[in-house]
Design a protein around this ligand. Structure first.
Ligand code: FNR
Length: 428
């Protein structure tokens, strides 16, 4: 398929199928997509994905921020041939989309991260594998079969574990290491709190840990020291949790049901998950651990961006975690121009990745015009996953790629280089 016709080809295929009575199973509109996913997901699953911090106004602000920018189309430009490719850390990407790291995908679909990997490969979009994934990174990398991925690190309080996760990421072929800085602890999330539901406490989303030799050693030591965890009363809820922990733990289910390791693994995870004491002074240690490009995720202030450049990192990722961490946070898009200005005026050409609030191709257009090098797709791909597994994720990505391509064609742009702030006006 010639690249220049990508958007039209996708659009025509949808209309052609429609002529024979087939409507897309995965809605092309972001709001409809979320609503369709809500209908097929469990209450807990949807709350975990759609929910955000406190009053949830940060998440709403992320989306609303795009309405303050409008696109100014230019006419009589030959846009027959369009190119949405971008190069990141030595690899050519067909489009500026990345799959943002999202944990506990098993809450959306049983094929979880492997389904996302199939779609990532099909759509030539780089998957950022989460430290809270439902599947060990090596299995995801195998499914990706060399098509490129990055690894997202939550910096554990245990140094040996950090070292082990980083060396596994290198060994399984990650192109970059994304260090998420905004999760010194989990945000206050009323939807999950009101359901009393934390997936990790049920053994979900800790596959990177239970597959890790250092973590397994910590669990073994905990078990050998005699389990300090009190045995809960065998209520139906407690039995369901034990079953969930045992299913999610490696090894034989029947053995896991009576063994101490699944519960000890959950407790160990809760102990080592994050390192609230992390500061800029810790970065040189990470630099010494790996030759992979380091990207700092969660940067929102120009001074932090300047500091990151000085610290010698290789990329910056502007994000407020989809509004899941800080309540009443300003929109990530509001932070983007200041961070880009700080990075570029420091003389750095490093990539500035953006996520939080992108729901359509035009949103990507705006973020790229404001200086983002590439954009992460978070919740929309999870909704596609919930609706139709790998094909659902593929459809979400295909639609975004097609929409961005058509947006270029209709605004007189032939490549991402054309996307500059002059393409936009700010209203309000
Ligand atoms: C996330 N995000 C996230 N980020 C990260 O660095 N590691 C992680 O494990 C997760 N897990 C996670 C789970 C769920 C359910 C969501 C919705 C998000 C944040 C993610 O990478 C991204 O920053 C946001 O999803 C962007 O916001 P929108 O566009 O999805 O609203």
């Amino acid at each position: 398929m010639p690249w220049e016709s990508f958007g039209r080809t996708v659009q025509s295929a949808i209309y052609r199928a429609g002529a024979f009575g087939h409507r897309p199973e995965v809605p092309t509109d972001g709001t409809q997509l979320e609503e369709a996913a809500r209908k097929v997901m469990s209450r807990r699953g949807f709350a975990y994905v759609a929910g955000s911090a406190g009053s949830e106004v940060s998440a709403a602000a992320n989306v609303a921020a795009f309405d303050r920018w409008q696109v100014v189309p230019r006419m009589l430009v030959d846009t027959t041939e369009r190119d949405t490719a971008v190069e990141l850390f030595g690899r050519r990407h067909e489009s500026p989309f990345l799959l943002a790291p999202v944990g506990v995908l098993s809450m959306a679909h049983e094929d979880a991260d492997l389904a996302v990997a199939h779609a990532a490969r099909e759509q030539s979009v780089t998957q950022i594998i989460s430290t809270q994934a439902s599947v060990p990174m090596e299995d995801i990398a195998r499914t990706l079969a060399g098509s490129g991925h990055w690894y997202q690190l939550y910096w554990s309080s245990n140094d040996d574990l950090v070292e082990s996760l980083v060396s596994r990421a290198e060994a399984c072929g990650s192109d970059a290491l994304v260090v998420t800085l905004d999760t010194a602890c989990l945000g206050w999330r009323p939807r999950d709190l009101d359901l009393g539901h934390l997936p990790f406490a049920r053994g979900e989303g800790i596959a990177q840990y239970t597959s890790d030799p250092v973590f397994r050693r910590l669990v073994a030591e905990r078990v050998a020291a005699g389990s300090p965890e009190p045995r809960p009363r065998p209520t139906p809820a407690a039995v369901a949790t034990l079953l969930s922990m045992s299913r999610n733990h490696p090894g034989d289910l029947r053995r896991n049901l009576t063994a101490p390791e699944p519960r000890a693994a959950v407790e160990t995870f809760l102990d080592v998950f994050s390192r609230p004491s992390l500061t800029w002074d810790d970065l040189p240690r990470l630099r010494a651990l790996t030759r992979l490009p380091i990207v700092l995720k969660g940067i929102l202030h120009p001074d932090d961006a300047r500091r990151a450049v000085e610290a010698g990192v290789d990329g910056i990722y502007v994000s407020n975690h989809g509004g899941r961490q800080v309540d009443r946070s300003f929109a990530a898009l509001e932070a983007l121009p200041g961070v880009v200005e700080a990075v570029r005026s420091s003389g750095s050409s490093m990539p500035v990745i953006f996520d939080s609030g992108i729901r359509c191709g035009a949103d990507a257009f705006v973020a790229l015009a404001l200086g983002a090098t590439a954009v992460g797709i978070g919740r929309p791909h999870v909704y596609g996953l919930a609706l139709a597994g790998a094909e659902g994720v593929s459809e979400v990505l295909r639609n975004l790629r097609a929409e961005l391509d058509l947006q270029l064609a209709l605004t007189g742009c032939t490549s991402l280089v054309d996307l500059t702030p002059e393409r936009l006006v700010r209203v309000g």
